[in-house]
Design a binder for this molecule. Structure first.
Ligand code: ZN
Length: 191
Protein backbone atom coordinates (compact mmCIF):
# COMPACT_ATOMS: atom_id res chain seq x y z
CA UNK A 1 0.00 0.00 0.00
CA UNK A 2 2.71 2.42 1.10
CA UNK A 3 4.61 1.66 -2.11
CA UNK A 4 1.77 2.88 -4.29
CA UNK A 5 1.72 6.37 -2.77
CA UNK A 6 3.38 9.11 -4.84
CA UNK A 7 7.01 9.77 -3.92
CA UNK A 8 8.27 13.15 -2.71
CA UNK A 9 9.90 15.82 -4.87
CA UNK A 10 12.58 17.20 -2.62
CA UNK A 11 14.70 20.22 -3.35
CA UNK A 12 17.18 22.35 -1.40
CA UNK A 13 14.61 24.91 -0.29
CA UNK A 14 12.20 23.80 2.42
CA UNK A 15 9.28 26.06 1.45
CA UNK A 16 9.27 25.14 -2.24
CA UNK A 17 9.89 21.47 -1.48
CA UNK A 18 6.72 21.76 0.55
CA UNK A 19 4.73 23.39 -2.26
CA UNK A 20 6.03 20.55 -4.48
CA UNK A 21 3.93 18.09 -2.47
CA UNK A 22 1.26 19.03 -5.02
CA UNK A 23 2.67 18.75 -8.53
CA UNK A 24 1.30 19.32 -12.03
CA UNK A 25 -1.09 21.95 -10.66
CA UNK A 26 -2.00 23.02 -14.22
CA UNK A 27 -2.34 19.48 -15.53
CA UNK A 28 -3.29 16.22 -13.85
CA UNK A 29 -2.43 17.31 -10.33
CA UNK A 30 -0.68 14.77 -8.11
CA UNK A 31 -1.24 15.04 -4.36
CA UNK A 32 1.91 13.73 -2.69
CA UNK A 33 0.66 14.06 0.86
CA UNK A 34 -2.73 12.33 0.42
CA UNK A 35 -2.94 11.10 4.03
CA UNK A 36 -1.91 12.49 7.45
CA UNK A 37 0.76 9.77 7.68
CA UNK A 38 2.32 10.94 4.42
CA UNK A 39 2.64 14.44 5.82
CA UNK A 40 4.37 12.93 8.87
CA UNK A 41 6.70 11.03 6.50
CA UNK A 42 7.46 14.21 4.56
CA UNK A 43 8.22 16.14 7.73
CA UNK A 44 10.58 13.39 8.96
CA UNK A 45 12.50 13.48 5.67
CA UNK A 46 12.86 17.24 6.08
CA UNK A 47 14.17 17.12 9.65
CA UNK A 48 10.85 18.09 11.23
CA UNK A 49 9.69 14.90 12.95
CA UNK A 50 6.31 15.28 14.67
CA UNK A 51 4.41 13.06 17.09
CA UNK A 52 1.40 12.55 14.82
CA UNK A 53 -1.02 14.23 12.48
CA UNK A 54 -4.81 14.50 12.32
CA UNK A 55 -6.93 15.06 9.22
CA UNK A 56 -7.56 18.64 10.36
CA UNK A 57 -3.82 19.26 10.69
CA UNK A 58 -3.24 17.85 7.22
CA UNK A 59 -5.86 20.27 5.86
CA UNK A 60 -4.17 23.09 7.74
CA UNK A 61 -0.83 22.10 6.22
CA UNK A 62 -2.31 22.09 2.73
CA UNK A 63 -3.80 25.51 3.36
CA UNK A 64 -0.34 26.81 4.24
CA UNK A 65 1.09 25.06 1.18
CA UNK A 66 -1.34 26.77 -1.18
CA UNK A 67 -0.80 30.13 0.53
CA UNK A 68 2.96 29.83 -0.01
CA UNK A 69 2.38 28.79 -3.63
CA UNK A 70 0.07 31.76 -4.23
CA UNK A 71 2.41 34.29 -2.60
CA UNK A 72 5.51 32.89 -4.31
CA UNK A 73 3.71 32.96 -7.67
CA UNK A 74 2.75 36.60 -7.10
CA UNK A 75 6.40 37.50 -6.49
CA UNK A 76 7.54 35.53 -9.56
CA UNK A 77 4.99 37.30 -11.77
CA UNK A 78 5.56 40.66 -10.02
CA UNK A 79 1.96 40.91 -8.88
CA UNK A 80 0.75 42.34 -5.59
CA UNK A 81 0.98 39.92 -2.67
CA UNK A 82 -2.43 38.44 -1.83
CA UNK A 83 -3.48 39.49 1.70
CA UNK A 84 -5.22 36.19 2.53
CA UNK A 85 -2.14 34.15 1.68
CA UNK A 86 0.09 36.43 3.74
CA UNK A 87 -2.28 36.11 6.69
CA UNK A 88 -2.18 32.31 6.53
CA UNK A 89 1.63 32.26 6.35
CA UNK A 90 1.92 34.68 9.27
CA UNK A 91 -0.63 32.78 11.40
CA UNK A 92 1.26 29.53 10.84
CA UNK A 93 4.53 31.20 11.70
CA UNK A 94 3.13 32.57 14.97
CA UNK A 95 1.21 29.45 16.02
CA UNK A 96 4.15 27.06 16.26
CA UNK A 97 7.24 26.92 18.39
CA UNK A 98 10.62 25.88 17.08
CA UNK A 99 14.23 26.63 17.87
CA UNK A 100 17.25 26.52 15.60
CA UNK A 101 19.86 24.24 17.15
CA UNK A 102 23.52 24.15 16.18
CA UNK A 103 25.12 20.70 16.21
CA UNK A 104 28.75 20.01 17.09
CA UNK A 105 29.35 19.33 13.39
CA UNK A 106 28.25 22.87 12.70
CA UNK A 107 24.90 22.00 11.14
CA UNK A 108 21.61 23.67 11.86
CA UNK A 109 18.75 21.51 13.07
CA UNK A 110 15.23 22.34 14.18
CA UNK A 111 13.98 21.51 17.62
CA UNK A 112 10.18 21.61 17.69
CA UNK A 113 8.60 22.90 20.90
CA UNK A 114 5.94 20.21 21.30
CA UNK A 115 6.70 18.05 18.21
CA UNK A 116 3.33 19.10 16.77
CA UNK A 117 2.39 19.70 13.15
CA UNK A 118 1.87 23.37 14.09
CA UNK A 119 5.50 23.62 15.22
CA UNK A 120 6.68 22.11 11.94
CA UNK A 121 4.45 24.41 9.88
CA UNK A 122 5.90 27.44 11.67
CA UNK A 123 9.36 26.47 10.41
CA UNK A 124 8.05 26.07 6.85
CA UNK A 125 6.18 29.39 7.08
CA UNK A 126 9.33 31.18 8.28
CA UNK A 127 11.31 29.63 5.44
CA UNK A 128 8.67 30.84 2.97
CA UNK A 129 8.92 34.32 4.43
CA UNK A 130 12.67 34.36 3.93
CA UNK A 131 12.36 33.64 0.19
CA UNK A 132 9.24 35.73 -0.46
CA UNK A 133 10.70 38.76 1.31
CA UNK A 134 13.79 38.58 -0.88
CA UNK A 135 16.18 38.45 2.05
CA UNK A 136 17.74 35.25 0.77
CA UNK A 137 20.07 35.08 -2.20
CA UNK A 138 18.01 33.80 -5.12
CA UNK A 139 15.00 34.56 -7.27
CA UNK A 140 11.49 33.15 -7.30
CA UNK A 141 10.46 31.95 -10.75
CA UNK A 142 7.80 29.75 -12.33
CA UNK A 143 8.53 26.41 -13.96
CA UNK A 144 8.38 26.66 -17.76
CA UNK A 145 6.34 23.47 -18.07
CA UNK A 146 2.77 24.57 -18.92
CA UNK A 147 1.22 21.77 -16.86
CA UNK A 148 3.41 22.54 -13.85
CA UNK A 149 4.16 26.26 -13.40
CA UNK A 150 5.41 25.56 -9.90
CA UNK A 151 7.12 28.40 -8.12
CA UNK A 152 10.76 27.55 -7.40
CA UNK A 153 13.72 29.40 -5.91
CA UNK A 154 16.44 29.92 -8.47
CA UNK A 155 19.85 30.12 -6.83
CA UNK A 156 21.83 29.59 -10.04
CA UNK A 157 24.47 32.23 -10.71
CA UNK A 158 22.81 33.47 -13.91
CA UNK A 159 19.27 33.21 -12.45
CA UNK A 160 18.10 31.58 -15.68
CA UNK A 161 16.85 28.24 -14.39
CA UNK A 162 13.71 27.23 -16.30
CA UNK A 163 12.43 24.15 -14.54
CA UNK A 164 11.28 23.47 -11.01
CA UNK A 165 13.13 20.17 -11.25
CA UNK A 166 15.62 19.02 -13.87
CA UNK A 167 14.79 15.33 -13.34
CA UNK A 168 11.07 15.69 -13.97
CA UNK A 169 9.87 18.81 -15.82
CA UNK A 170 13.27 19.57 -17.40
CA UNK A 171 13.77 16.04 -18.59
CA UNK A 172 10.26 15.71 -19.97
CA UNK A 173 10.68 18.89 -21.97
CA UNK A 174 14.03 17.73 -23.32
CA UNK A 175 12.49 14.44 -24.41
CA UNK A 176 9.54 16.21 -26.06
CA UNK A 177 11.91 18.48 -27.97
CA UNK A 178 13.99 15.52 -29.06
CA UNK A 179 10.92 13.66 -30.34
CA UNK A 180 9.64 16.77 -32.16
CA UNK A 181 13.01 17.37 -33.84
CA UNK A 182 13.25 13.73 -34.76
CA UNK A 183 9.84 13.83 -36.45
CA UNK A 184 10.62 17.07 -38.23
CA UNK A 185 13.90 15.71 -39.56
CA UNK A 186 12.17 12.50 -40.59
CA UNK A 187 9.59 14.40 -42.65
CA UNK A 188 12.25 16.57 -44.30
CA UNK A 189 14.16 13.42 -45.21
CA UNK A 190 11.14 11.84 -46.90
CA UNK A 191 10.20 14.80 -49.07
ZN1 ZN B 1 7.92 21.99 -13.05
Amino acid sequence: MQDQLPDFRLGNVLATSFTATLTERRGNAVERIPTPQRLVDWLVVNGLAVGGCTTAQLEHARELREAIHTAATAIATQDALPATAIQIINDCSIQGRAAAILTLEGNRQWQLGTASVEDALSVIAADATSIISGERDGKLALCASPTCQAAFFDTSQSRTRKWCDMNTCGNRQKKARFTANHRKNGTTGDS
